[in-house]
Design a protein around this ligand. Structure first.
Ligand code: NAP
Length: 244
């Protein structure tokens, strides 16, 4: 389905991003991962991806840094020959109640989740316009749709990603570029490891379970492929019904 395409996945070493990398590679896409800290984890993943017969590389790039991401995107195009799919999955949380939230925790979350998504779209877009093709999939959250106590910074960043998705989609719709977002609910990854044993929380999910990274990856594949050729500016919840 994606044979020969190049997919750049930020946060590709983490739970959802890793599942996306494996899913897109299974469809033949070559994979570039931007990640932050865990070098060993990303090297192991790249070896697994290469064993599927695709090219794969992991680069330590801070998505919140405008010039670092600019240079890195240029290098990916030089080394891989193209970028066809951009999945913005890098994300962090610094939870806390608004009355006590530290300024640096607000700035850090907005910097990675929202500005990081902007940086990546900003640097890939001139290239997408030139090649008259691009699939952008942003990972938002149900927190950005309905808010969540203790997550004012995170909710604001993910709501921002939805606005960014819709404006980008409107600007690029005539250029062969689609931009969509997914909004996961509670997905079992490292980010939510401390929540997974919270039965009260799981009980609030109409489907009575957390989602898996693989379920999100299937949705990202749909939005990254020709199967979604008539969809842009959309936000698709994948949340077991929690935000309906
Ligand atoms: P995760 O396992 O913590 O993975 C986060 C990823 O982001 C890692 O690959 C990490 O790289 C990368 N990252 C963090 N800061 C970065 C930076 N400054 N520059 C580049 N990469 C950076 O989280 P996850 O649960 O898979 O979440 C993935 C995305 O889904 C996030 O955007 C999150 O907000 C969103 N989401 C998650 C859930 C959920 O329930 N899990 C729900 C809704 C939305 P290193 O590992 O190398 O540090």
């Amino acid at each position: 389905m994606l044979k020969g395409k190049v997919a750049l996945i930020t946060g590709g070493s983490g739970g959802i991003g890793k599942a996306v990398a494996l899913r897109l590679a299974a469809e033949g896409a070559n994979i570039v991962i931007f990640h932050m800290d865990d070098e060993a984890k990303v090297q192991e993943l790249c070896a697994e991806l290469r064993s599927k017969g695709v090219k794969a590389t992991g680069l330590r790039i801070d998505v919140s840094d405008f010039s670092e991401t600019k240079e890195a995107v240029g290098n990916v195009i030089k080394n891989f020959g193209a970028i066809d799919i951009l999945v913005n999955c890098a994300g962090i949380t610094r939870d806390g109640l608004i009355a006590m939230m530290k300024e640096e925790n607000f700035d850090a979350v907005i910097g990675v989740n929202l500005k990081g998504t902007f940086n990546m779209i900003r640097h890939c877009t001139p290239y997408f316009i030139k090649q008259r093709f691009g699939k952008i999939v942003n990972v938002s959250s149900v927190s950005g749709i309905m808010g969540n106590p203790g997550q004012a910074n995170y909710s604001a960043s993910k709501a921002g990603v939805i606005g960014l998705t819709k404006s980008t989609a409107k600007e690029l719709v005539g250029r062969g570029v689609c931009c969509n977002a997914v909004a996961p609910g509670f997905i079992a990854t490292e980010m939510t490891a401390n929540l997974s044993k919270n039965n009260t929380l799981v009980d609030q999910i109409p489907m009575k379970r957390m989602g898996t990274p693989e379920e999100v990856a299937d949705l990202v594949l749909f939005l990254a492929s020709d199967a979604s050729s008539y969809i842009t500016g959309e936000v698709i919840r994948i949340d077991g019904g929690i935000a309906m």
